[in-house]
Structure formats: structure tokens, C-alpha cells
Design a binder for this molecule. Sequence first.
Ligand code: CO8
Length: 258
Amino acid sequence: MERQLIRSERRGKVALVRLASDNTLNPLTDALIDALVLAMQHIESDPAVHATVLTGSERAFAAGADIVAMSKLDYATAFSEDYIGRNWDHFRALRKPVVAAVGGYALGGGCELAMMCDIVIAARNAMFGQPEIKLGIVPGAGGTQRLPRAAGKSTAMLACLTGESLTASEALACGLVSKVVEPEVLVEEALRIGEQIARHSLPVILAIKEAVNRSFESSLAEGLLFERRLFHAGFALADQKEGMAAFLGRRNAAFSNR
Ligand code: CO8
């Protein structure tokens, strides 16, 4: 029987997805990324799930792209077959929030995968890095683009040009991660955050993720206009009526996701 590369389970309105390859360093083989994208697309289409926690093993979130496969690649194949783009780009299109729970190594594509998530929580033993330069290549799944946005230019240059890793506390100090916790409570803490998100109205959750992401793609004026339009549109939702009535009635809101 074929071994499952991804393990998914449901905790109420939160999906917990684990990278679970045979090698606990979770090298990001094409098969692993394909299976991850499939699992995430399944979650996207399930209206009962509002948020996802993505995690790896205790040893590694993921130690990067599959170096064995990459060592055999040539330019024509990488370009013609759209290596990385063909499967990784689907992750970028996900509309529901994803919380990365990173323990151990998050290197190369592993660090890039964490940065594609919306919130990153790290275990105290986490190590983030873009060591591609040591392999004679440039990061290929957003390292040179998302790391400066998350951590600032100097930290991104330092990490990408030296290939040296950042510790969890360094990642926290530069804004790459939101929180550092003990390894034993990593998944529990990420699930707690997922549940805090998931109790809210799904269309509002989706709109907020879209608006925050838009801030990276637009001028301030355009981003503010985009936000204002979403804000005005929100008054068409039953959940806006319910949320405000619940506040005024001093009770918990019962959102219908409409
Ligand atoms: N790919 C394939 N195999 C790997 C990888 C990897 N990324 N990382 C580790 N392995 C293998 C090792 O070769 C070794 O295999 P074997 O047991 O058959 O000899 C096994 O996993 C265990 O590894 P180590 O013995 O090295 O374990 P250590 O605990 O000593 O070290 C490290 C752990 C520090 C994580 C070390 O393995 C390491 O440095 N790995 C490589 C990290 C790296 O360079 N990552 C970046 C890869 S390039 C990249 O990600 C480009 C991104 C492009 C976009 C993504 C597309 C998918």
C-alpha cells in the first residue's frame, strides 16, 4: 500500500495538515507538494473548515526542495515543465487562512512554504534559512521576495547571501514569525490560533486575508480603496447584522457565514 505523504484531520472548524514523508526532514519532493496541494484544495472546498494549521515533524517543518531530484535537472526541463510553478503556485491561491506551526528545520523551500502561510508560529528549536547559495542556486519559491517583506532587506540579504540560518528568537525579532513556543505545545498553540480565527464568519475571514495580501501587491491608495470597498460590501452580510446585534445584546454572535 502506498504510504500517505500528508496526514489531515479535523478539529472542529480547523484542519490540521501534517507533512509526513518517510524522511522526517520532509524533503519537498514533487509527490509531497502534489499531495499537499490536493489536501489544501480539498479543505478549500469544504465550507465547514475555516482555517488550517500546517506542520511537519518534530525534526523539521521541511528541509527544502528535493536535492536528489534537483541535482538531475537541466534548464530546458525546469523551464518547460515549470518546475515549482506547476504545483507550488496553487498554494498561493488558497483563500482560507493557513497557520504554519514550524518545529526544527525550515530551510530553502521549507522556509518559503512557511512564508506562503498567513501566520507563522515557531517552536523554540526552529531554524529558518535560505541555504540555496551553498548549492549554487538562487531561492526559487519566493525566498528573495517574501523574506525581505517579512524580515526586512538586511536580514533577507544576510540569510540569502550567507545561507546561514536564523534561530526562532531571531525570526521573532525580525518579524518573520509571530510567536515562539516550546516544541511540546507548538501544534496545540497553532490550533488555538486557528480556532480563534475559525469561530468568525467565513466570508469576513476570506475578505480580511484578501485585503492584507493586497497590501503587498498595490500602492497604499489602491489598497485603502480595496479595503473600503470590502468594508462597504460587508454591510450586505447577515453576519454583520448578527455580529453587531450580539455585541449590543451582550451575547456571543452566532454567525451563519452568509
Ligand atoms: N533533499 C533531499 N534529501 C535531503 C534533504 C533535501 N533537501 N535534506 C536532507 N536530506 C537527506 C540527506 O541527504 C540524508 O539522506 P541519507 O540518510 O540518505 O544520507 C537524510 O536526509 C538526513 O540528512 P542529514 O544526514 O544531512 O541530517 P542532519 O541532521 O545531519 O542535517 C540538515 C539536517 C541540516 C537539514 C541537512 O540535511 C541539510 O542541510 N539539508 C539540506 C538543506 C537545504 O539545503 N535545503 C535547501 C534545498 S534547495 C531548495 O529548497 C530550493 C527551493 C526551491 C523551491 C522549492 C521547490 C520544491
